[in-house]
Design a protein around this ligand. Structure first.
Ligand code: DGJ
Length: 739
C-alpha cells in the first residue's frame, strides 16, 4: 500500500508493507526504514532506486552482551549497530546522540519511537530561522515524522523537504515538550545519518582570517572527527560545510554527499566511526555552550541543513548547491539581477579621508565605468581609527561636510549608486552609545570585558537592543539615497553571557543572539527592498548560507592578493556560487601579503566573481587606467554569464602551480575559461588544458582570436596554454558556440 501526495506527484512515498519511506528527487533516493514499527532507521541515500523491493532494507544482528538489547521480548538486535535516522542516548546506542535531553528527575535517557507522519505538497519553512523556500510550480514536498518518548512525552519531529528538480533534500528538527514538566535540551542536531561503512574521505573548509576556506581532505578513520566553531560565528576557521566523498571521487566523477548548515553562529559536525566501522554523521548547533529549557507546550526548532548527493564528483555537488542557493535561498530584488561593479575606499584610504578625497575617488571611478561607490569604515562619530565610535551611527561632518545625504547626492550626480558600511552588532568602549549603556554589550558582570579590535559585541539576545539597532539603521537608510549596505562584524565572541537571561538560561545566549540578528535582518530587508546588502565578517568569517538568505553577496576575504584569492575563491566555490563572492582588484604591493602581481591577473581573478575595485584610482598611471577601463568594459559585456553561469573547477590551486576554472551558460552555448599560473617553471614545453562540461558536437569560437574548436577537441585533446614569461600569469578566453 502506498501513500502519496497527488496522483501525478510522488516525490515522497510511505510504503507500508515494506515499512519504509522513499524520498525521490530527479536522480536520487533517500530511504528511511521503520524497523519493528517503531525504530526509525537510515536505509539508504544515493543514486535513484525505482522501487526498494528488498526485505533487507535493515540489516541487524545481535552481537554480544556489550551491545545490549533494548527490547526484552526480542533480543536479536541492539541500537548499537542499527543505522539510525536520529540516534538517542540510553537504550544501547553508544555513538554520539543526535539529541541530548535532561528531565526534571535528572534522567538523560531518551527513547524516540515512531508515532506518526504526514506528507504535504509544499516546503515547510522555519519559524524564526532562515530557510530555503519554494515558488509556485516547484515540485517540492515535505515529510514530517513524529517520534515520541513514551515515558517523558517528548515529541521530536523530523522534517525532510524534498526538492525534486534540484536533487536537494533539506532537513531540520522540531522538539516539543508535551509533558507537564520542564525538559532541558542539551543538544539538538539538525540531522543525523548513519552509514553502513566508513570507506569515505571527508572534506572541510578550514582557514583563518585572510586565509579562508582552504580545502582539507582526510580519510575517515576510526574514532571521531569534529568540525566545529565555538566562536559565536560560523567563522573563518571552519565553514559549516562538510562533504563525505568516496575515496576515488575527484572534481569530475565519483560519489559525494554535501552538507551545509544554514546558521551563522557556533556549529558542530561529528563524523564518528564505531567498532564495527559504521559511520555516523551529525550536524547542527554546537552543544558546547548550548542548553535550552523547554517548558510544557513549548517548541524548539533547529537550523536547517541542505543536503546534496552527486555521482558526478565535487563539481556535480557544487552545481547542485549553487543552483539551489541562487534560486531557492537568495531572495530579494538582486536575486537574479546583475550586480553592480563597485569601488570601495577601504584599502584606498582606510580611516584617512574627507569628502573631497571621496569625491575625487568617485569621479575617477565613474569615468572608468564603475557603477557603485561604497563608503567604508570611518564616516561616523569620531572614528579616525579602530579605537572608537562603533554604535554612534551619526555622520562625522568634519570629514563629510555635506553629510551622508549630501555625499550620496554628489555621488549620484556622477552617475553612480551610493553605498555605505556599517557594523551594527558592535560597540566601541569609546563611544557615546557605550557611555550611555555600558551594560548593553555581551559581558559577565564583575569580569573584565575581553575586547577584539578594541570593540565589544552588543547583546542581541535582548529585544530592546535589537529594537535600538533597527531604529538607528532605519533612520540612517532613510536619510539618503543608499542603495547598497556592507554589513560587517569584526570579532569573535567572548564572555558569552547575558544580563537579560536568568542563570538557568545562560546557555541560550548565543542562539538567542542569532535569533535577534536574523530578526533585525528580516525586518531591514523588508523595509529596504531596494538595498543590495553584502555581508562581511572581517572578510569571510560568516560566509554561510544563512547570511545569504538575507544578503545575496558576501565579502569573501580581507585578503585581496590575487594569488591568495585563487585558493580562497576555489575553496569557497565548493559550496557557494560565484555571484555570492565579492572580489576586488587592489593595489600592489598587496596590503595583506606584500606580493606584487600584474593588474591583469588581479583583474582576471576578481572578474570570475562579483567584481569591484579597492584602491586609490587617482594614483594610477594613464596606462593602468586604460587597462581598468577595458576590464570594466569586458566584465560588463560578460557579466550575466560570469555572475549567473555554471561554475566548474578544472585545476586546483591546492594541488600545484596552476589553477583553472570555467563558467558556462546552462545550454553550453557560451563559456569563459580562466587559467592562472603562479610560478614560471623554466624550460618546460607548452601544455594542454583539457576542458569539461561542453557540448562535444558543437563548434566553439574563441571570440578574441576567432580560432575554432569542437567541444570534443577541447575536452579530449585540450587547448594549448601559451608561453608566458614571468610569475603570476593568467589567461582568460571567452568562447561562443557557432550558431
Ligand atoms: C573588515 C572588512 O572586511 C574590511 O573590508 C573593512 O570593511 C574593515 N573591516 C573596516 O573596518
Amino acid at each position: 500500500m502506498e501513500e502519496q501526495l497527488r496522483g501525478d506527484y510522488m516525490s515522497i512515498k510511505f510504503i507500508e508493507d515494506k515499512g519504509c519511506f522513499h524520498l525521490k528527487t530527479k536522480n536520487t533516493s533517500y530511504i528511511i526504514g521503520l524497523f519493528k514499527g517503531k525504530y526509525l532507521v537510515h536505509g539508504y541515500w544515493g543514486g535513484k532506486i525505482n522501487d526498494p523491493n528488498t526485505d533487507e532494507m535493515v540489516i541487524y544482528e545481535d552481537f554480544n552482551s556489550f551491545s545490549p538489547n533494548p527490547d526484552i521480548e526480542d533480543k536479536t538486535y541492539s541500537l548499537d549497530t542499527l543505522n539510525q535516522e536520529y540516534g538517542f542516548y540510553g537504550k544501547s546506542d553508544y555513538r554520539n546522540p543526535a539529541i541530548e535531553v535532561e528531565y526534571e528527575n535528572g534522567s538523560r535517557i531518551t527513547e524516540l519511537y515512531y508515532e506518526s507522519h504526514s506528507i504535504v505538497g509544499k516546503k515547510v519553512g522555519l519559524r524564526a530561522l532562515p530557510s530555503a523556500y519554494a515558488v509556485e510550480g516547484d515540485r517540492v514536498s515535505t515529510l514530517r515524522i513524529d517520534l515520541r518518548d513514551p515515558v517523558e512525552s517528548l515529541l521530536v519531529s523530523l522534517y525532510y523537504c524534498v526538492y525534486e528538480d534540484y536533487d536537494i533534500i533539506t532537513r531540520f528538527v522540531e522538539v516539543k515538550n508535551k509533558s507537564c514538566g520542564k525538559i532541558k535540551l542539551n543538544n539538538v542536531s539538525s540531522l543525523c545519518m548513519d552509514f553502513e561503512e566508513n570507506e569515505f574521505e571527508f572534506i572541510q573548509l578550514v582557514g583563518s582570517w585572510v586565509r579562508e576556506r582552504e580545502i582539507v581532505r582526510q580519510p575517515v578513520g576510526r574514532g571521531t572527527h569534529i568540525i566545529e566553531s565555538k566562536r559565536g560565528a560560523s567563522s573563518h576557521h571552519k565553514n559549516p560545510f562538510v562533504a563525505l566523498a568516496r575515496r576515488n571521487t575527484d572534481e569530475f566523477q565519483g560519489q559525494v554527499y554535501g552538507f551545509n548548515l544554514l546558521y551563522s553562529g557556533s556549529f558542530r559536525s561529528l563524523i564518528e566511526v564505531n567498532a564495527y566501522n559504521q559511520m555516523r554523521f551529525t550536524m547542527g548547533l554546537n552543544p558546547f555552550n548550548f542548553s535550552w529549557n523547554l517548558f510544557p507546550g513549548e517548541v524548539f526548532e533547529s537550523p536547517e541543513v541542505v543536503m546534496a548527493y552527486s555521482q558526478e564528483g565535487l563539481n556535480g555537488m557544487s552545481r547542485l548547491l549553487h543552483s539551489f542557493y541562487k534560486e531557492r535561498l537568495i531572495r530579494g530584488e538582486y536575486k537574479d539581477r546583475e550586480r553592480p561593479i563597485l569601488m570601495n575606499n577601504w584599502e584606498a584610504t582606510y580611516f584617512d579621508f574627507d569628502e573631497e578625497k571621496i569625491i575625487s575617488l568617485a569621479k575617477e571611478g565613474a569615468d572608468l565605468g564603475i557603477e557603485l561607490f561604497v563608503l567604508d569604515d570611518g564616516w561616523f562619530g569620531k572614528r579616525n581609527s579602530d579605537k572608537a565610535s562603533l554604535g554612534d551611527w551619526i555622520v562625522n561632518r568634519e570629514k563629510l561636510s555635506s553629510g551622508i545625504e549630501g555625499l550620496a547626492h554628489r555621488i549620484n550626480s556622477l552617475g553612480m549608486k551610493f553605498g555605505i558600511w556599517v557594523e551594527p552588532e558592535m560597540v566601541s568602549p569609546d563611544s557615546d552609545l557605550y557611555r550611555s549603556h555600558p551594560d548593553w554589550c555581551i559581558h559577565v558582570p564583575n569580569r573584565t570585558k575581553s575586547e577584539g579590535r578594541n570593540q565589544l559585541i552588543l547583546d542581541l539576545s535582548r529585544r530592546e537592543i535589537c529594537n535600538y539597532i533597527l531604529e538607528k539603521l532605519t533612520n540612517l537608510f532613510e536619510s539618503a539615497n543608499i542603495e547598497y549596505v556592507k554589513w560587517d562584524m569584526n570579532r569573535s565572541m567572548t564572555d558569552v553571557y547575558s544580563i537579560g537571561l536568568s542563570s538557568e538560561d545562560q546557555r541560550q545566549m548565543e542562539h538567542r543572539y542569532y535569533l535577534g540578528l536574523y530578526g533585525i535582518l528580516e525586518e531591514l530587508t523588508k523595509r529596504f527592498p531596494r538595498i543590495l546588502f553584502e555581508s562581511c565578517c572581517g572578510g569571510g568569517g560568516r560566509f554561510d548560507p544563512a547570511m545569504l538568505f538575507y544578503m545575496p553577496q558576501t565579502w569573501t576575504s580581507d585578503n585581496t592578493d590575487a594569488i591568495s584569492r585563487l585558493s580562497i575563491q576555489y575553496g569557497t566555490s565548493l559550496a557557494y556560487p560565484q555571484a555570492a563572492m565579492g572580489a576586488h582588484v587592489s593595489i600592489i604591493p598587496n596590503h595583506q601579503t606584500g606580493r606584487v602581481t600584474d593588474l591583469k591577473i588581479r583583474g582576471d581573478v576578481a572578474m570570475s566573481a562579483n567584481f569591484g575595485y579597492e584602491l586609490d584610482l587617482t594614483k594610477l598611471s594613464q596606462g593602468e587606467k586604460e587597462e581598468i577601463r577595458e576590464q570594466i568594459r569586458w566584465y560588463k559585456a560578460n557579466r550575466k554569464l560570469i555572475q549567473y553561469g555554471e561554475f566548474y573547477r578544472l585545476k586546483s590551486p591546492f594541488h600545484g602551480n596552476e589553477t583553472a576554472w570555467m563558467i558556462t551558460d546552462r545550454d553550453k552555448t557560451e563559456f569563459i575559461l580562466y587559467y592562472y599560473r603562479v610560478l614560471k617553471t623554466p624550460n618546460m614545453p607548452r601544455r594542454r588544458l583539457r576542458l569539461k562540461y561542453l557540448d562535444s558536437g558543437r563548434e566553439y569560437i574563441d571570440t578574441y582570436t576567432k580560432r575554432k574548436y569542437y567541444g570534443d577537441v577541447l575536452m579530449n585533446l585540450g587547448i594549448v596554454i601559451p608561453h608566458f614569461p614571468g610569475d603570476f600569469k593568467s589567461h582568460v578566453i571567452h568562447f561562443k558556440a557557432k550558431e
